[in-house]
Ligand binder design. Structure first.
Ligand SMILES: Cc1ncc(COP(=O)(O)O)c(C=O)c1O
Length: 385
């Protein structure tokens, strides 16, 4: 199997030594019969645990149209859009239909540029917002992608970052400021509340729109449904993806305020062929139903497990920087040693986690129980010893 993968599958890095055959809840099983506790969660696609029965059953029994032309109407599109904007923070009033997080970001950037008639974007230095040229331009780019005029706000993202942001905005040429409210792609960097609570006002003072990218940190990961709710942020644009489809089907969305949506109507032409395909919409609606029924319990559990893991991590690591918000868990080790051997050791002993620079990153599903957290942290403790 690995031989065929190496021969035929396009990849940019080596394949990890896990051939997945099934997944359920917190666990992944491979072709060698090994079972792993999965604290990677597929980059947070699996916030609800793998194969959530409520979502899977709905997708399996779906008998609606396989495809609907984007220019036609389809009642579940209207239902999903209405429910998303009702859940979303602030004055977000429209949901645009896209298939991936990259498309959601791409559209948000285009909407901001058209709305403001400006070309520049400010993002966080080292950020990641997807794979298209524009998304890569606003991220930690490795391609010569200069389609978008870029400026970066560099960490530390403390209260003083607001003044640095102002110097980037004050020429009134910046269409949008984009960031993940909890920066998952910087190994769970949690910005200072002072920065977060001041940034919308600061941006609006200079005519800049605020894009909150919740593709990764949204849907409960940080202990709130959306991470920007920790700070009362009311964004102009919000991007969603990954676990919106319950880990069962691909779907993403760009949410905009009515003011933005009205201004860009007729000036932007953005159509995603597979944006909100019926089967994915069914998965997303089932996901929202699950959130309606069990959301409070999921967030409560996330809080309790978060505390449990924080306490144990503090025992295991003497000198670590614990960056923990809900079940977004970054353990900064500031060491010289690369951490990939820790990731590999844990995998060999039944735990999947990420090594990211000088940090270990853990994304347990929001459904994880106490015993599984003990099991996982015991493995991690063994790796450190
Ligand atoms: C914050 C953020 N935005 C956008 C994306 C792009 O999402 P996708 O891979 O679905 O295109 C990602 C993917 O990891 C992400 O982390």
């Amino acid at each position: 199997m690995f031989h065929r993968d190496r021969s035929f599958v396009g990849r940019f890095a080596g394949v990890r030594d896990v051939e997945v055959v099934s997944a359920d809840g917190c666990r992944v099983v491979d072709a060698r019969g090994r079972t792993f506790v999965d604290f990677q969660g597929g980059w947070c696609v699996g916030n609800l645990g793998w194969n959530p029965p409520e979502v899977l059953a709905r997708v399996r029994s779906f008998d609606g149209p396989a495809y609907v032309d984007p220019d036609f109407a389809y009642a579940p599109w209207a239902e999903l859009a209405e429910r998303l904007v009702a859940l979303a923070p602030g004055k977000l009033a429209r949901a645009y239909r896209v298939a991936t997080g990259t498309e959601a970001v791409e559209l948000a950037l285009q909407l901001a540029m058209v709305h403001t008639s400006r070309r520049k974007i400010v993002s966080i230095e080292g950020a990641y917002h997807g794979n298209s040229f524009a998304a890569r331009s606003v991220g930690n780019d490795t391609l010569p992608a200069h389609l978008v005029g870029m400026k970066h706000l560099a960490p530390p993202l403390d209260g003083r970052a607001l003044a640095r942001l102002e110097t980037l905005l004050k020429h009134r040429d910046v269409a949008a400021f984009i960031m993940e409210p909890t920066i998952m792609n910087l190994a769970v960097l949690i910005p200072d509340p002072e920065l977060m609570m001041g940034l919308v006002e600061m941006c609006h003072q200079y005519g800049t729109l605020v894009i909150m990218d919740e593709v990764y940190c949204g849907f409960g990961r940080t202990g709130r449904l959306f991470a920007c709710q920790h700070y009362g942020i009311e964004p102009d644009l919000l991007t969603l993806g990954k676990s919106l489809g319950g880990g069962v089907a691909p779907i993403a969305a760009t949410l905009a305020t009515e003011r933005v949506a009205r201004a860009v109507k007729g000036h932007v032409d953005f159509c995603s062929t597979f944006g909100w395909q019926p089967i994915s919409v069914e998965a997303a609606l089932a996901t929202l139903d699950l959130w309606d029924a069990r959301g409070a319990d999921l967030l409560l559990n996330a809080g309790e497990r978060s505390h449990q893991i924080r306490v144990r991590a503090a025992e295991i690591f003497d000198d670590a920087e614990l960056r923990i918000q809900g079940l977004a868990i970054g353990i900064g080790l500031h060491g010289e040693e690369p951490l990939e051997p820790v990731e590999t050791w844990c995998r060999d002993h039944g735990l999947l986690l990420y090594a990211d620079g000088d940090s270990l990153v853990l994304f347990p599903p929001l459904t994880v129980d106490e015993a599984t957290c003990i099991e996982a942290m015991d493995i991690l403790a063994g790796a450190v010893e």
